[in-house]
Design a protein around this ligand. Sequence first.
Ligand code: ACM
Length: 528
Amino acid sequence: MNFKALIILAISFLVFSCTTKEPVPMDLSENHVIPRPVSLEAAGSSFEITAKTKIILNKNDSTLQWLGNYLTDMINSPTGYKLKTMVTEDTPKKGYIHLVLSESTDLVAEGYQLDITPESITLKAKDHAGLFYGIQTLRQLLNSDIELNEQQAGPWLIASGTIEDYPEYGYRGAMLDVARHFFEPEEVKLLIDYLAMFKMNRLHLHLSDDQGWRIEIKSWPRLTEHGGSTEVGGGPGGFYTQETYAEIVKYAEERFITIVPEIDIPGHTNAALASYAELNCNNKATELYTGTDVGFSTLCTDKEVTYKFIDDVFRELAALTPGEYIHIGGDESHVTPLEDYIPFINRAQKIVESHGKKVIGWDEIAHADMLPNTVVQWWAKAENARRGIEKGAKVLISPAHKAYLDMQYDSTTQFGLHWAAYIEVDSGYIWDPTTIASGIDRDDIIGIEAPLWSETIADIDEAEYLIFPRLPGYAEIAWTPSELREWDNYKNRLGKQQTRFNKMGINYYESELVPWQPEKVESTELKN
Ligand code: ACM
């Protein structure tokens, strides 16, 4: 071989070895995805997202396009790449990420399949929600720099293998009390993003209480003008115009989260009673209230105007609600005699149904008759949940001593209350909806919800301290089958989320029960 040929050979070898870099060995089984996927098989290699990666959509469909854009935005901001989406039904090509909507019979609602090879990624689902959840899994499989908005070095590796995943429960929710303290629309949207990250799909908004009325009702304008003008502690309060509220609903819907709006009646109604004298039995408007007592207010159940009022409120609210449920509260109506409470709740359910929605109410509503689709939200008394089941209702599981996000972690926690329990991170995780109370079986349960009451928290930073790190645990209880849920396994995955929480700027409680550990960066040697 002459010298020139040798040089050409050497250059070709160099070019070849640079362009066909061996995939980095990685172990998918070392992932720390929350909620834990139903099944996962590691293949020992990895896929690298590069500037040449394309996002391929298998159909011309506007929601699929939205999902493609969501994924490209997620990748483009921290990588600095300019990835684009492309619609084609072609089979996987090297370097591509395929989002596939498929009629395949082995897929279930909200479930997804991920096939990750060094050549390509295929994410397949029966519905758009399933694709969205598959994208959330990819997000957690990437190193946490993916959460940042400025350009990072990479590399952007995803361990290879297959994942098949689907939820245990159809209702996987949290609640935010925007009545005791008002939360700005941007704060609610941030919470929606947190729920989406962990594949939760319901956000219950507690929109009215003694201290504030937060949703504009055009036929009763003083509810917000006057009733929305303060909050616990006497701050300025606030409310959502119907237009702003509709934006929140849309933002949630795009992330496959349904807003469940609550107007709490007949108790917890001082803000309404202060706004309209005629809702009171004595025709005198009450004073606005900025304390934290409960159980002292009631709508006047004997007056016809009360039913005109709730009919107007639920009609306007139903028009703003694409979801199937409206929540009527019904808790702690201590000054409504039971003989008045029962017919009131019966009538309220019929009013909600007349506006095309199904009813959820706190567990006390089980004292009334149950319409066929009514759901009882167990927060205080399992016997009320059982009473509801006997009357044909389903149950939403939110026992305060396990699932209330406003319960303090321990006696030193700055925010929150402890009337139901102290709920450390392990205690919030180690329970199962089907065994926590006798007589409430899998078939009776639509899902779980973790409520966050806001007597002690005034903004999203303070809320985050109670939400994190417990929220991912509630998401896992709702998504992952019980046989795959173990505290020791979970706490290690949670601990490995620390770097991600930090990069996301989350104000979390650094529980000593969680083995927090900085994220291992897969292959720093590649950066050299
Ligand atoms: C509630 O915590 N009063 C439902």
